[in-house]
Write a protein that binds this ligand. Structure first.
Ligand code: ADP
Ligand code: AMP
Length: 212
């Protein structure tokens, strides 16, 4: 199963990717998490990516394409994987096709723009493993501590309202056209993301033909 999760910032891609990854025993690959780790480690890619991410802009396609090409070639991707937050441009989607990645399904998780600010202001992410929580919708068992790895939960620098507005505009301009791209290839499944996490999850599994 090679699956792409598409959707606006805050749509719930990371939340769903984490659960589906466990259920289907395939890795979830989040380019956002890879880039944030590169920033923490102060690698050349991290240093380049930071100035784009801080401003809510996309990191250049060649950087992201290089990351994904290397990652999907690893052993743990042999039985499939979930791409969370990539591709984000037509150029990235075309690059995946060029290096022979056959995508089975693309799930577009759709939410209203008006919901996004609440999602982002309540989001807390683990600074060690990247897991995503929400202070009311999906709280951790212990406040401030990641259930999965015990890491510290933090507010993402790019979740402040002015950056979120920019990221949303970028989404509509550069990423949303991917829906038509994958619809034309018969791969697109659209899911209403404005419902509770568990309901969205069950809808995704049902759309993929997996038992709930
Ligand atoms: P994305 O990866 O698409 O940017 P996340 O999965 O990090 O989004 O979700 C954004 C925020 O919204 C997180 O705080 C998450 O806990 C919360 N969230 C995710 N899905 C839902 C949902 N269906 N209903 C309410 N809150 C949700
Ligand atoms: P995310 O964690 O998916 O919300 O991504 C956070 C930020 O990382 C985005 O706003 C971009 O700056 C950058 N980023 C993540 N994935 C990509 C991608 N596929 N293409 C370009 N930039 C990306």
């Amino acid at each position: 199963m090679r699956l792409i999760l598409l959707g606006a910032p805050g749509a719930g891609k990371g939340t769903q990717a984490e659960v589906i990854s466990k259920e289907l025993a395939i890795p979830a690959i989040s380019t956002g998490n890879v880039l944030r780790e590169a920033i923490r480690n102060k690698t050349p890619i991290g240093l380049e990516a930071k100035r784009f991410m801080d401003n809510g802009q996309l990191v250049p396609d060649d950087v992201v394409i290089g990351i994904v090409e290397e990652r999907v070639g690893r052993d743990d991707c042999r039985n499939g994987y979930i791409l969370d937050g990539v591709p984000r441009t037509i150029a990235q989607a075309e690059a995946l096709e060029r290096f022979g990645v056959a995508i089975d399904n693309v799930v577009s998780i759709e939410i209203e723009d008006s919901v996004i600010e609440c999602r982002m202001s309540g989001r807390r992410v683990c600074d060690r493993c990247g897991a995503s929580y929400h202070i009311t919708e999906n709280p951790p068992k212990t406040e401030g501590v990641c259930d999965a790895c015990g890491g510290e939960l933090v507010v993402r620098a790019d979740d402040k309202p002015e950056t979120v507005r920019e990221r949303l505009a970028v989404f509509h301009r550069l990423t949303e056209p991917l829906k038509a791209f994958y619809e034309a290839r018969g791969k697109l499944l659209v899911i209403d993301g404005n419902r509770p996490i568990q309901v969205v999850h069950e809808e995704i599994l049902a759309a993929l033909g997996k038992s709930v």
